[in-house]
Each structure stands twice: as C-alpha cells, then as structure tokens.
Write a protein of this length. Structure first.
Length: 189
C-alpha cells in the first residue's frame, strides 16, 4: 500500500497525484500513522487478565465462605447449640443483653436455617463468579457486558453510602472506562 508523504491519503498503485491535494506526489510505502494496530484475537490485554484473576479470587473467597456457613449451620442444626457450655452462653448474654432474645428454640432454628440459606446463596454466587472468570479470561462478549452492568450497579448503590464507598466508586468507574476502550472492545468481539 502507498500513502501520500504529506497528508497520509491512500494512493492508487499507478497514481502520480495525491487524491486529496491534487499535487504531484512521491509515494511512501509506510503504513498510515492514523491506523490503529488491531489487537490480535489470541492475545489477552493485561487489564483483562487482572480483572479475570480478581474475579476468580473473589469467587474462591465466596466459595470458602459459603462452605463455612453451610457447615456451621448444619453443625448447629444437628445439636451444636447444646455443645456451648451454659456458663459461656450466660456470660455472653450478660455482655450483650440484647442477644437474650435470640436464645429461644425457634430463634435458634431460624438462625441455623438463615446461616444455611446465606451459605447456599454465596455458593450460587461463587459458581456464577467462576463462570464470569472463564468468560473474562476467554474473551466472551457477554462477560464484558455483565461486568459493565455490575460496575454501573455498584456505582449507583455506592452513591447512597458516600463517602464510605468512594474508593469502590472510583474503581468501578476505572473498570467501565477500561472496558470501553477500542482495543478491549475488539478483544471481546
């Protein structure tokens, strides 16, 4: 390919004049400086790798927490409440008198069911997180879209708890900006 040395317009192979300027031109065989270098489909951008790894780490943490809550809830449901010495329970209730309302049999059953329920929700979220990790890692466009949607949701909900979530809002804005860059969009197509 030949380009005009003055204005970088593409020249026909047998052209003597620049089509933009209409003046005689010596040709240049260099590539146009304005043409961006497309990302190779096989190469993953570094930021995408970092996002995928962080998503995987968060999924592992959720998996561990979910298994822990399910085991704790199952242990307490199988009679684990009886293993707590009454003296320790009474001492704990003296330090937190409001907790005495949670010591009834029905409340303990609800507490164990709640622990197991939260554990199951975290288990499902961990599984979805592993799927998202795979999607981000392999360049699936749905993973980029879902990550952007979750970033927007996090920004909107973070606004209601300012200034505490200011760092989270900034991080999600950076993620949104990064995922909208042309070379990142090209990777996910």
């Amino acid at each position: 390919m030949s380009y005009c040395a003055k204005c970088d317009s593409m020249l026909e192979t047998d052209s003597v004049f620049c089509p933009s300027r209409g003046t005689p031109e010596t040709t240049s065989t260099r590539s146009s400086p304005s043409a961006p270098t497309p990302i190779q489909r096989g190469s993953r951008p570094g930021g995408v790798t970092i996002l995928a790894i962080l998503e995987g780490i968060a999924s592992v943490v959720m998996l561990v927490a979910s298994v822990g809550l399910i085991i704790l809830g199952s242990f307490l449901a199988a009679g684990g409440w009886d293993l707590i010495p009454e003296e320790e329970l009474a001492e704990g209730l003296l330090q937190a008198p409001w907790a005495s309302t949670f010591t009834g049999g029905q409340i303990m059953a609800v507490t164990t069911a709640f622990l197991i329920g939260i554990g199951m929700v975290l288990l499902i979220l961990a599984a979805l997180g592993f799927i998202m990790t795979w999607g981000l890692w392999t360049g699936k466009s749905w993973a980029r879209t879902i990550t952007m949607i979750l970033a927007v949701i996090s920004i909107v909900t973070g606004i209601f708890s300012l200034p505490g979530n200011l760092i989270s809002i900034i991080i999600n804005i950076v993620i949104l900006y990064y995922l909208t860059r042309p070379h990142i969009r090209a990777y996910y197509q």
